[in-house]
Design a protein around this ligand. Structure first.
Ligand code: HEC
Length: 218
C-alpha cells in the first residue's frame, strides 16, 4: 500500500504523457535535444547554396577525376554500343533482354587478352575452391569443403555462358556470389577462361593444328 500511491501517480503521468496529447498540435518549435544534429553546418550534394560564388552546393570534380564505373563497350550490330552497368542487357544480366532465358555465348569480343585476364581473375577468385585445373580440388577441400563443383562436369560444359555468369553474380547452392569481388567484364573473362579449361580436357586430335600432330605422343 505504501508504494501503491506513488506507482499509481507515475502510471497516471505516463498514460497522460503518452496518450493525453495525441492529435494535439502546437505552433511552438519542437524541443531539440541535440540541435547540432538537426542543424548541421554542411552543404547538401546537388543542392543550391549561397556559400560559393556559383551558387552550387556541390563542387565540380577535380580535373582528371576517374569515374567509379566506366561503361562497357559491347559489340553490337553496326559497331559497338556503350552499356552502363544498370542497363537490362545480356552483358549485365547473362539473360536475354526482358526475359529470364540465359544467353548461350559471351556477349563480349573474346580475345586472347580477355582469356588471359580471365585466367588471372580465376586464379585469384575461383582457384582456392575449384582448383587450378577446375576439377574442384582446391585448397579448401583440405579444410572441409568437400563438395566443390567440378567444372569439367558435362552438365557445366553444356551450360550456357549466361548461366555461368549468373552463378558468379548470384551464387548457387553452397557457393556464394562473387559480384562484389569480380567486375562484370572480369566475370565474362573468367567464363572465357573456364571454357578454355574445359576445352583442354575434351579436345580431340582434330583440334591440334595439322603440322603439329606428328609431334604428339601417343
Ligand atoms: C569458397 C569456395 C568457392 C569459390 C571461391 C568459388 N566457388 Fe564455385 N562452387 C563452390 C561450391 C561449394 C560449389 C557447389 C555448389 C553446390 O552445388 O552446392 C560451386 C559451384 C560452382 C559452379 C556450378 C554451379 C552449378 O550449377 O552446379 C560453377 C559454374 C562455379 N562454382 C563457378 C565458380 C567460379 C567461376 C568461381 C570464381 C569466380 C567460383 N566458382 C568460386 C565453391 C566455390
Amino acid at each position: 500500500m505504501r508504494y501503491f500511491l506513488s506507482i499509481f501517480i507515475m502510471l497516471l503521468v505516463f498514460v497522460i504523457g503518452v496518450a493525453g496529447f495525441r492529435g494535439s498540435t502546437t505552433r511552438r518549435p519542437p524541443i531539440e535535444l541535440f540541435p547540432d544534429m538537426d542543424r548541421q553546418p554542411k552543404l547538401r550534394p546537388q543542392a543550391e547554396d549561397g556559400f560559393f560564388g556559383d551558387g552550387r552546393g556541390s563542387r565540380l570534380p577535380v580535373a582528371g577525376t576517374i569515374a567509379r564505373s566506366t561503361p562497357l563497350r559491347v559489340p553490337a550490330a553496326g559497331g559497338q554500343s556503350t552499356v552502363y552497368s544498370y542497363q537490362d542487357v545480356p552483358v549485365n544480366t547473362g539473360r536475354a533482354t526482358g526475359m529470364t532465358n540465359f544467353i548461350e555465348n559471351i556477349p563480349l569480343q573474346v580475345t586472347g587478352e580477355l582469356v588471359m585476364r580471365g585466367m588471372d581473375r580465376y586464379q585469384i577468385n575461383c582457384l582456392p575452391c575449384h582448383g587450378s585445373l577446375g576439377d574442384g580440388n582446391g585448397v579448401t577441400r583440405k579444410f572441409g569443403m568437400a563438395v566443390v563443383a567440378n567444372l569439367h562436369d558435362p552438365r557445366l560444359i553444356k551450360m550456357g555462358d549466361g548461366e555461368l555468369f549468373h552463378v558468379i553474380t548470384s551464387g548457387r547452392n553452397l557457393m556464394s556470389n562473387y559480384a562484389a569481388q569480380v567486375s562484370i567484364k572480369d566475370r565474362w573473362a573468367i567464363i572465357a577462361y573456364v571454357r578454355a579449361l574445359q576445352r583442354s580436357r575434351v579436345a580431340s586430335v582434330n583440334d591440334v593444328p595439322e603440322q603439329l600432330r606428328s609431334t604428339l605422343k601417343n
